[in-house]
Design a binder for this molecule. Structure first.
Ligand code: SF4
Length: 388
């Protein structure tokens, strides 16, 4: 709902419209809505300060009679120093912090719980301003500190092997919430392991390409010089396979890497475990990946979870190799399956895994076996479900 507050005189000469939301009236001065009066048409909800641009912030400070450089200071607090409240902005006066808190909201994610695995993996449950929970994981190794982040609360794609797929999708995360996940996990990495994050993977809860604009905007903020300044080449977005949006990534010339969760190398089997394959089949996906590569030259990876007696035979490996050769993919990550209660499949025994890997090697496929991390705290691939 919008309310209109008249704050000026009919001639409109003495003030500028303060309404940063006003698109309908294009922030005319004098305002067209109030017949010459300067109006302050505000939403009954405060505007999220991270949803306005730096030029708009500059205009805001000019309108309240403050210096332009305040906008830069606030912007730095929001996107570089990761302030979680206006009170954190200690180089602003108390009065100004109170004024900002009155005019804007800052709905930051907060940490609800953190669990630590025996292998050092940290799983954190974050709470959103409206009471939802979402999980993110810090995976430390000697060489890398990787954040696995979520893009949605729940997921609508219902992949059978994934705990998140059994939760209803509640809503998309906003770009500032995704940014918060990364910034908070980065802080954990510095505190626990003395190192900043080296990599980010969008492999947590949700399908990133079904929250396209927020994910791209979050990556822009994470990689911007006036953001967290992390290279987009160290960011991987993983998709269950939305062909149209993979093509859009190509059109948008993104610089981050793309991973396709393949998990079965023919349509019949893939339909069985990933319902999205019924509308986005393997041919549509490989075509889209080729288009993506042509446009971006960005790295492509296949993800393939091994399920015992389902996709781990030699003919399965042959089909996988065939797909690998149809796309300029750099790598196949073979992932150890982490059983969840609701899905009947198990992982192959060690001999079976080794045989499959050897067969790929024999056929000169660049494949790597990814062992599970954080299994004991349900933080491994496919296990995120806000279980605590
Ligand atoms: S694997 Fe990804 S896309 Fe599939 S249900 Fe889980 S979160 Fe959603």
């Amino acid at each position: 709902m919008l309310i209109v507050v008249q704050i000026g005189s009919p001639d409109g000469a003495s003030a500028t419209c303060l309404n940063l939301d006003c698109t309908q009236y294009k922030r005319h001065n004098p305002c067209l809505l109030t017949n010459g009066y300067i109006c302050k048409m505000t939403s009954t909800q405060q505007k999220n300060i991270r949803h306005i641009t730096l030029p708009d912030l500059e205009e805001y400070f000019a309108n309240i009679g403050d210096k332009k450089f305040r906008a830069k200071q606030v912007h730095e607090w929001l996107w570089q120093k990761h302030a979680q409240s206006f009170d954190d902005m200690t180089n602003l006066s108390k009065d100004l912090r109170q004024k900002l808190a009155g005019d804007f909201s800052l709905p930051a994610l907060t940490i609800n719980t953190t669990q630590i695995s025996e292998d050092g993996t940290l799983k954190t449950r974050f709470k959103t301003f409206d009471g939802h929970m979402v999980e993110g994981v810090l995976i430390p190794t000697d060489e890398r500190k990787t954040a696995c982040v979520s893009s949605q609360i729940g997921c609508s794609l219902s992949c059978k092997f994934c705990a998140t797929g059994y939760m209803e999708k509640q809503r998309n995360l906003t770009y500032d919430e995704i940014y918060d996940e990364v910034a908070l996990i980065n802080r954990q990495s510095e505190n626990e392991y003395g190192k900043k994050l080296s990599n980010i993977v969008f492999m947590g809860m949700g399908e990133p390409l079904l929250n396209y604009s927020n994910v791209l905007k979050a990556i822009e903020r994470i990689s911007a010089e006036d953001g967290l300044a992390m290279s987009p080449r160290r960011i991987t977005v993983s998709t269950a396979g939305v062909a149209k949006m993979i093509r859009k990534l190509g059109d948008d010339q993104v610089r981050f890497k793309l991973a396709l969760s393949l998990h079965a190398a023919n349509d019949k089997k893939r339909n069985e475990i990933m319902p999205i394959n019924e509308t986005n089949n393997i041919k549509a996906l490989t075509d889209a990946l080729n288009y993506f590569y042509k446009q971006t030259k960005s790295e492509i990876t296949f993800e393939y979870i091994l399920f015992k007696n389902f996709n781990d035979s030699q003919p399965d490996a042959d089909e996988l190799i065939k797909i690998y050769r149809q796309v300029p993919a750099d790598l196949i990550n073979i992932i150890e399956y982490n059983p969840i209660d609701k899905f009947k499949f198990t992982k192959p025994d060690e001999d079976g895994i080794e045989k499959f890997m050897k067969y790929l090697e024999l056929h000169k496929v660049n494949a790597r076996l990814r062992r599970s991390r954080g299994k004991d705290i349900d933080a491994a691939c496919g296990q995120l479900a806000n279980k605590g």
